[in-house]
Unconditional design. Structure first.
Length: 280
């Protein structure tokens, strides 16, 4: 990366929108015991759209509650702060996307992919007994660096697209060749700016890296979820791609029946979650 582009990149990231204060407070609150539940609830209640989305998500099949949640305070109490952070993050990122200067179809495609990755990451996290809320949220933000690059450097990113087509390579490989950086690295910088936990920053940064014995569990979840969401083709083709990496297949304790069950669940949840998050 040239020093001039590096300077431009730093300035561009500073110009990107910050997260809403309520989300920053939730992220900060996760690691503290003396959280004021009433204060958090009141902060959310000040935003009608956020309140509506929170309640709709709490009552969606995604969370599978056996009864209806009618009040915001009940949602906060029942779901807990980790789940609530996921809900608020989802709504906040959806709102932020509308502030990026992109075609509507580009934003929709980006967010649809992010939702799919998030759902798959949550399902995989449940399988390995990892933090499902953290996995879902990381899935939502894993590609934000791509939006930042497209928005702030459209001409340079057009070169990335041209390079990718000319060399028939992966997008992140074209980014590194043209820009000497990638959307994964930029996404990690954004996650840092928005004060997400270090583990999430690292998983965003590493979601295209080769998986080794040192790769964190969350990073593996992101890599596998991204493959599940990105590969166009039959279930068998997606399974075959993962099986080619015997290490990942064994470490995640995957099997065909489990994968096909996840594919079916993602299809069921995707339409409902997308409709809620992409609505205004």
């Amino acid at each position: 990366m040239s020093s001039m582009f590096a300077d431009q990149l730093v300035l561009a990231l500073e110009e990107l929108p910050s997260l809403p204060q309520v989300l920053s407070e939730l992220i900060e609150a996760i690691d503290h015991d003396n959280v004021d539940q009433h204060c958090i609830t009141m902060r959310i209640a000040q935003d009608q759209i956020l309140t509506s989305k929170t309640l709709r998500l709490a009552n969606s099949s995604f969370y599978g509650l056996s009864y209806r949640v009618n009040s915001l305070s009940d949602a906060v109490f029942i779901l807990g702060f980790r789940s609530l952070r996921t809900l608020v993050t989802s709504a906040a990122i959806a709102n932020l996307l509308h502030r990026f200067v992109l075609d509507r179809k580009d934003v929709d495609y980006f967010f649809e992919h992010s939702i799919s990755v998030a759902i798959f990451a949550k399902l995989l996290a449940a399988h390995v007994c990892a933090n499902q809320e953290q996995a879902f949220t990381t899935g939502l933000i894993h590609d934000l660096g791509k939006l930042a690059l497209v928005t702030k450097f459209p001409d340079e990113y057009a070169e990335v697209t041209h390079y990718q087509k000319e060399h028939a390579c992966a997008r992140y490989e074209a980014e590194n060749a043209v820009l000497s950086t990638s959307h994964a690295s930029i996404g990690a910088m954004l996650a840092c700016k928005w004060r997400f936990p270090l583990e999430m920053q690292q998983a965003v940064s590493a979601h295209h890296d080769p998986i080794t014995a040192e790769t964190s569990e969350l990073s593996i979840l992101m890599t596998v979820a991204n493959i599940f969401a990105k590969v166009r083709g039959s279930d068998e083709e997606r399974i075959h791609m993962l099986r080619e990496s015997g290490y990942v297949w064994q470490r995640m304790e995957l099997n065909e029946e489990l994968c096909k069950s996840m594919f079916a669940t993602e299809k069921q949840q995707f339409a409902e979650i997308s409709q809620i998050l992409l609505s205004h």
